[in-house]
Every structure is written in structure tokens, then in C-alpha cells.
Design a protein around this ligand. Structure first.
Ligand SMILES: CSCCC(=O)C(=O)COP(=O)(O)O
Ligand SMILES: [Zn+2]
Length: 207
């Protein structure tokens, strides 16, 4: 585990910003350190040009334990990162982005999950079956973010998801992984899958 993951987070954030997945201040990224606490983007920062001062280190319980700029507040969505790290103790990074497609696909289901197409890219998310029937959980988007985090905890304590990712309706996608490197891959893979779902609809392909 990288003892200070902020440069990895800065690089990933810049790339996602350039791809339009973290437009303006949208999205938040975090990564854990040895003691179980995690560095997370401070709230409201422009995601294309973060510096090490634009992060806050918080404990698994959400207490701020290191803050290079006293004007910083942790991301408004820190409680979701806390829920993810509590549910998945091996997770070392948690990335949340707001692409257009991640929002669009949540309108293709009224239920609490999205069916994923049986495409090769699922292997990158750990699904190696021949004809996979895999879903991604979809959660309601509450103004009170702690309610989203609570519902994530309640649902995933009952049963773990097929893939290390979840959607929040009309909001965005969140992934978690054992390293910052894998979390970046998972964001790229999920975004590809969402683009594929949107494109398949447009040309009338039904899985
Ligand atoms: C313009 S984005 C609205 C808030 C949000 O959903 C987000 O991902 C960024 O919030 P943060 O507090 O982490 O900057
Ligand atoms: Zn968000």
C-alpha cells in the first residue's frame, strides 16, 4: 500500500476530468493508508488541477485526522467511502465519478439493479463465466448522503454485489479495489460498459 497515495489520486482525477467524468467539482476519490484511515478529496475542489493540499485524511469513523488546509472539508460524500471501506476491508481505493452515461443508464431500470450486458469487458471486473448474468446495484439518490451510505451498508451486509461497483440514480458510479491502479481500471471498464449499454439501445441491440 502506498503510504501517501495523493499523487495517484491527483493523476487519476486529472485524467477523469479530461475525459469529462469529473467535470467541474464532480466526483471524489479516496485511498487508504496503513492505519486504515484514508485520504479523500476535499469538498468542492475543481478535479482537473488538484494538489496535495486538496485532500483530507479521515478515519474509518469519519474523523478528520490530517488536513493541510484548514479551509478544507472532507468530500460531502465521505460517508459512502466509509461504508465501502467498512464493508470491504481489503479495499484500498474508492473512486466516484459523474459521467453522462453513468447517469443515463440508471434510467434504463426502475428496480434496484441494472442488468449488465454479457460482454468480454466484464472479465476486467472479475466475472469469468461463459454467459454471465450479472447486475450492478442501483441506489436511490438522497440529498442527505448519509442515507445513501446507510442503504449501501444495509444491502451489502445482506449480500455482496456481483461486481465491485454501484450506481446512484441520476448521480454517478462508485467503484472500489485493492489498489489505486485497479480502481482506475474499474472506472474505465464501468464507463466502457455504460457507453456500450447506451449505444446498444440506440442501435436496437438487446441482450
Ligand atoms: C457538482 S457535484 C455535486 C456533489 C457530488 O455529487 C460530488 O461528487 C462532489 O462532491 P464533493 O463534496 O466531493 O466535492
Ligand atoms: Zn457525486
Amino acid at each position: 500500500m502506498n503510504s501517501d497515495p495523493r499523487q495517484d489520486l491527483i493523476t487519476a482525477s486529472r485524467q477523469f476530468y479530461q475525459l469529462g467524468w469529473m467535470a467541474g467539482t464532480a466526483g471524489n476519490l479516496s485511498a487508504r493508508v496503513e492505519d486504515g484511515s484514508f485520504w479523500i478529496t476535499a469538498s468542492g475542489k475543481q478535479k482537473g488541477k488538484l494538489t496535495e493540499e486538496d485532500f483530507v485524511r479521515v478515519s474509518l469513523q469519519g474523523e478528520v485526522i490530517e488536513n493541510p488546509n484548514l479551509k478544507n472539508r472532507p468530500s460531502a460524500e465521505t460517508s459512502i467511502h466509509q461504508a465501502v471501506y467498512s464493508l470491504f476491508p481489503d479495499a484500498k481505493a474508492c473512486y466516484h465519478v459523474h459521467s453522462v452515461e453513468a447517469k443515463l443508464v440508471t434510467n434504463f431500470t426502475e428496480g434496484d439493479h441494472l442488468n449488465l450486458p454479457p460482454i468480454e469487458m466484464l472479465k476486467g471486473l472479475g466475472v469469468w463465466e461463459e454467459h454471465p448474468k450479472v447486475v450492478m446495484p442501483v441506489f436511490k439518490n438522497y440529498l442527505e448522503v448519509s442515507k445513501i451510505a446507510e442503504e449501501i451498508g444495509d444491502r451489502f451486509k445482506q449480500s455482496k454485489p456481483d461486481v465491485p461497483a454501484l450506481l446512484i440514480r441520476n448521480h454517478g458510479v462508485t467503484v472500489w479495489a485493492n489498489s489505486a491502479f485497479d480502481a482506475e481500471n474499474y472506472i474505465e471498464l464501468t464507463e466502457y460498459i455504460f457507453r456500450y449499454i447506451v449505444a446498444a439501445r440506440q442501435v436496437g441491440v438487446n441482450h
